[in-house]
Design a protein around this ligand. Structure first.
Ligand SMILES: NC(=O)N[C@@H](O)C(=O)O
Length: 281
C-alpha cells in the first residue's frame, strides 16, 4: 500500500507555464526568444560556424545519489514516455454556464525522484497545436511533519560529540529555497528534503508543445497529464540506480467522503476550445 495524505478540499486553477512562475519547482526549457514570463535570460554564445545560438545551461542533469542510503551508484538514463490523453470531469459547482465551460482533473497521486531532476521533452508537438497540451502539477515539500516520512532514511548513526559534529560541518544537502541565479543561467537545484507534499501550496501549469520541463530533484509532481486529441511522446532524461524507493516515491492523495478532494480546475478559455472539447468526459 502506498503512503497517503488526505486531500484538502481544493480547486486549483491552471496558470501558463513560465520560468518565473515555475522557478521554485524546476526549470522550463524553451527558446528564450519566444518565451514569456522569464525575467532572466540564459547566457548565449554563437556556435556552429556562427549559424546557431547556443544558450548555456538552460537546465541541469544533476546526480545526488551520493545522498542515497543504499550507496548504489546511478547512471544517466533516457526513457521514452508515450502519454495518452486523460479525461477531464465536469466541475461540480457553479452555475450551468460555469459547468459548461469548466472541467476538473482530480489529482490522486503525487510522486518524486529524491536524488535526481527529471526532464520531460515533448517530441513533435508544435507550440501552436490547438488540439493537444499538457499539465504540470507540482507541490512544494513540507518542512516539518509529525507523521513518518515516505523517504529513504539513513541508518541511525553512532552518537557523535558536538565538537565532532561542528568539525565536520558541511553545507546542507537539501534546500527549501526558491530558484537562485548567478549571472543569468539557473543554478542546479538541491534535493528538497524528506517531507510530504504541501498541498496548500500546490500549483498547476499549462504547457505548450515548444516547452520541455525539468522537475527539480525531490519536487513532488503528478504523473504526466496530457489533454486533448493525441498522445504525446516525451523523451525523459534523469539519473537512476534501480533501487525502487530511491528512484521514485509515490504518495496517494485520498479523498474523504463528502469532500471534493484535490482538483485542478481548467476553463475552456484557458485550455482552448479544441483541447477542452476532446478532454471532457
Ligand atoms: N512524471 C511522470 O509522468 N512520471 C514519472 O515521473 C515517472 O518516473 O514515472
Amino acid at each position: 500500500m502506498l503512503p497517503y495524505i488526505i486531500a484538502p478540499n481544493l480547486n486549483l486553477p491552471v496558470r501558463p507555464l513560465t520560468q518565473d512562475a515555475f522557478a521554485e519547482f524546476g526549470t522550463v526549457v524553451e527558446n528564450p526568444v519566444n518565451a514569456t514570463g522569464r525575467s532572466q535570460q540564459p547566457k548565449v554564445v554563437k556556435a556552429n560556424q556562427g549559424s546557431a545560438l547556443k544558450y548555456i545551461d538552460v537546465s541541469h542533469v544533476s546526480n545526488f545519489y551520493h545522498l542515497a542510503p543504499s550507496g548504489h551508484p546511478a547512471r544517466a538514463v533516457m526513457n521514452m514516455f508515450v502519454c495518452s490523453p486523460r479525461q477531464l470531469q465536469p466541475a461540480s459547482s457553479g452555475s450551468d454556464i460555469t459547468q459548461e465551460q469548466t472541467s476538473k482533473f482530480p489529482v490522486q497521486i503525487l510522486e518524486r525522484h529524491p536524488f535526481t531532476p527529471q526532464t520531460f521533452v515533448p517530441l513533435g508537438l508544435a507550440a501552436e497545436d490547438a488540439t493537444t497540451a499538457y499539465l504540470v502539477i507540482v507541490a512544494p515539500t513540507c518542512r516539518t511533519t509529525d507523521r513518518p516520512l515516505p523517504y529513504p532514511q539513513h541508518a541511525p548513526k553512532q552518537q557523535r560529540s558536538w565538537t565532532e559534529i561542528f568539525s565536520r560541518a558541511q553545507p546542507s544537502p537539501v534546500d527549501h529555497s526558491t530558484f537562485s541565479s548567478s549571472g543569468s543561467s539557473p543554478e542546479p537545484q538541491l534535493p528538497k528534503g524528506p517531507g510530504e507534499p504541501d498541498l496548500s501550496r500546490a500549483c498547476a501549469f499549462l504547457a505548450n508543445g515548444s516547452q520541455a520541463v525539468t522537475y527539480g530533484p525531490g519536487t513532488w509532481h503528478a504523473p504526466m497529464v496530457v489533454l486533448g486529441a493525441k498522445a504525446i511522446d516525451f523523451v525523459v532524461v534523469q539519473y537512476a540506480n534501480d533501487v525502487g524507493l530511491e528512484d521514485c516515491q509515490e504518495m496517494e492523495i485520498k479523498t474523504e467522503t463528502g469532500s471534493d478532494g484535490f482538483n485542478v480546475v481548467i476553463d475552456s478559455a484557458r485550455l482552448g476550445p479544441k483541447v477542452h472539447e476532446r478532454a471532457k468526459l
